[in-house]
Write a protein that binds this ligand. Structure first.
Ligand code: HEM
Length: 408
């Protein structure tokens, strides 16, 4: 009898351990303590957590209102992480050689478990990231959030915009289908219009004069290692700078006073509300992307054939505005407009030194700059829409309802 009682006691202790003790111990080993209920504990959650410590411990209450940022910076960050994770999955199967690449993409699409949805997720998140980064930049511009002391963070942002485009463009070639082959041929031709360095730059990118196996290997290396590593580094720095520059731009805060203001009214603790809102944004984004990936397939045409150009050969959609301009003038479209636009973006916070309208949408005092930016934006949108929807074979005008299959 005593033996049975012993065994029972052991089982009950084991149950106790597995049922209650183990999870508790595990929670404590990760978070060091029970659920944080006091202000002090809630501050500690942010400071002591590897991921959360990129937040300030307190934020202005208005920072979490949707219309302050629309969560766009956060969405850019999430999309980058989603690209990273889905990209690793794709790397398990992909082979960067002209003989195998297309077949591997077909395998991913038709045979490998979850291959299709992973590929779709990777593709749609990449396209969403280009859109989100541009929208985030517009939000920062229209709220005057690039002004002192955030000038350099804007410059980091411009570099991130260029890296996002480069990530998307280098990934475009990898399926090695007709669409990607001719898009990259057109895209790198635009590069070659730059004076003096243009042809050399294209040679460097392609590892030759035309798109071939060297180009595929270079684009692959840039796409999976070089650009993501650089982007990850700069994203970390960019987000860290948001805190160091006094949190998100705030209308009333004279910038030098921002750190003191963080202790007055209108300020909340980052944990738990901000953290939960961020999690919610992630869930909504993920659900949207998953739905898109289950409903719509990433484009894939026949295998690349260097001897049979697709007509029209179009660059990826985010460069079609430039291609449209190149069709009028190679110099203006290929050289002047991209150079002037990039220089304008990089110099903007140093040229516009008036302190008005920081943290306010469409501030009246900034009407001139706002009109200028909007005109440029409309120009980019109009030329892109023409390039995507209204250009058919031989780059002639086509109306979408004339039977031209439209964008990819
Ligand atoms: C991969 C791309 C990017 C990521 C992951 C990213 C991330 C973020 C995050 C998380 C924030 C704070 C929250 C928010 O404003 O929504 C932020 C703020 C900021 N970003 Fe970005 N960003 C990116 C691209 C850009 C670009 C293209 C620009 C401009 C050219 C830019 C300029 C800024 C500035 C100036 C702030 C401070 C805004 C303020 O204080 O209100 N960022 N970014």
């Amino acid at each position: 009898m005593k033996g049975i009682a012993d065994i029972r006691a052991k089982i009950s202790r084991a149950n106790e351990l597995m049922g209650r003790e183990l999870p508790r111990r595990f929670y404590r080993s990760v978070f060091r303590g029970n659920y944080p209920g006091t202000v002090r504990q809630q501050l500690a959650v942010v400071v002591n957590n590897l991921i959360l410590h990129v937040h300030p411990t307190r934020v202005y209450q208005r920072s979490i209102k949707a219309k302050t940022t629309f969560g766009l910076g956060l969405i850019c960050f999430y999309l980058f992480i989603i690209e990273w994770i889905t990209g690793v999955f794709l790397m398990f199967y992909y082979e960067p050689s002209t003989g195998a690449a297309y077949g591997r993409i077909l395998d991913l699409h038709y045979t490998i478990t979850f291959g299709r949805v992973m590929r779709n997720l990777h593709r749609w998140a990449a396209e969403a990231m280009v859109v989100a980064v541009v929208l985030h930049m517009c939000r920062v511009f229209y709220t005057g959030a690039y002004k002192p002391p955030r000038e350099f963070n804007w410059v980091l942002g411009v570099v991130l915009l260029l890296l996002t485009l480069a990530l998307s463009f280098t990934g475009y070639l990898l399926p090695w289908d007709q669409l990607s082959f001719w898009a990259v041929t057109v895209g790198t031709n635009i590069v070659s219009y730059a004076p003096v360095l243009g042809l050399k730059l294209r040679f460097l990118l392609l590892g030759g004069d035309t798109v071939g196996s060297d180009a595929l290997l270079r684009f692959y290396t840039l796409h999976v290692i070089a650009i993501p590593a650089l982007a990850a580094l700069i994203i970390n720095y960019h987000i860290w700078r948001v805190i160091k520059d006094g949190g998100l731009a705030h209308p009333q805060a004279s910038e030098e006073k921002a750190p003191q203001l963080q202790r007055t009214e209108g300020v909340i603790l980052t944990f738990p509300r901000v953290v939960y809102i961020e999690l919610l944004v992630f869930v909504v984004l993920m659900v949207g992307l998953l739905a898109a990936s289950l409903l719509f397939d990433a484009p894939l045409e026949e295998e690349a054939n260097p001897l049979r150009p697709s007509n029209p050969s179009k660059a990826p959609w985010y460069f079609l505005g430039l291609q449209e301009l190149v069709s009028y003038s190679a110099f203006w479209g290929g050289v002047m407009v991209p150079t002037v636009l990039t220089a304008f973006l990089l110099l903007l916070p140093y040229a516009d030194r008036r302190p008005d309208g920081v943290g306010v949408w469409f501030a009246r005092e900034r009407t001139g700059m706002i009109v200028l930016w909007t005109v440029i934006l409309i120009g980019i949108i109009v030329t892109t829409v023409i390039g995507v929807y209204l250009r058919g074979p031989n780059w002639n005008f086509y109306w979408p309802w004339q039977g031209w299959p439209g964008p990819h």
